[in-house]
Design a protein around this ligand. Structure first.
Ligand code: GSF
Length: 209
């Protein structure tokens, strides 16, 4: 086995990083990437991460030639074009645009959950804004309801980039918002998640409690 040619700037709790890790597992590319764990928050940026990634967010992927790719959407598609298996991201046609839009809704749920985390965990108590948290949680609720009501058959049909995104978003809700109670409102989504979270790629990338 050759030495890893790429470096993934990584955090075990990040749902966006987990998407990349699941893609690596699902496409058999794990041995190509060395993980470089970075502990950062928006108010504690890490200089090394900012080289080639000025927004300073995780994940970022440093290639063998030193170029850095970000964000998770770009990294996932780059990796998807590096293996010979069935693509996780359709290359053209309506399926591509529709599945990428579903994946984008999963990212929006993650964004709202991460922003809620920062608002309630990072921001000093006297500066917290309840309306902000409620608005972010509204986005999460509407997004989950949309998957439950409109897209369960599509999600269940293939574990592609859209399904990977939804699974990582749900795993992050369980990690950071354990009392959010999404399963009661979305029983079909809960049944689907109970199945896919048993995949080797999901078990291997589960965030530490
Ligand atoms: C979002 C990454 C992100 O928010 C992507 O990769 O898809 N659109 C980007 N990453 C968070 C860490 S997280 O997932 O918990 C991050 O880097 N936060 C630090 C910051 O400065 O925002």
């Amino acid at each position: 086995m050759s030495a890893p040619s790429m470096t993934l700037f990584h955090s075990p709790a990040s749902p966006f990083v987990r998407k990349v890790m699941v893609v690596l597992h699902e496409t058999g590319q794990l041995d190509r990437v060395a993980l470089h764990t970075v502990n950062l928050t928006p108010i504690n940026p890490v200089d090394e991460l900012n080289q080639g990634n000025p927004a300073g967010k995780l994940p970022a992927l440093r290639l063998a030639d030193g170029n850095v790719l970000h964000d998770s959407r770009v990294i996932c598609e780059y990796l998807d074009q590096q293996h010979v298996g069935v693509p996780l991201i359709a290359k053209e046609g309506w399926s591509r645009w529709h599945r990428l839009t579903l994946a984008s809704l999963a990212d929006a749920i993650m964004d709202a959950a991460v922003l809620t985390r920062y608002e309630t965990f990072l921001r000093p108590e006297d500066k917290r804004w309840d309306a902000w948290v409620e608005a972010q949680q509204g986005k999460i609720r509407r997004g989950l309801a949309n998957f439950e009501q409109e897209h369960m058959a599509e999600l269940s049909s293939v574990f592609d980039i859209a399904a990977i995104g939804v699974a990582c978003a749900l795993g992050y809700l369980d990690l950071r918002m354990p009392d959010f109670g999404w399963r009661e409102q979305q029983p079909k989504l809960a049944a689907w998640y109970a199945q896919v979270s048993q995949r080797a790629s999901m078990l291997a990338t589960a965030p530490p409690a």
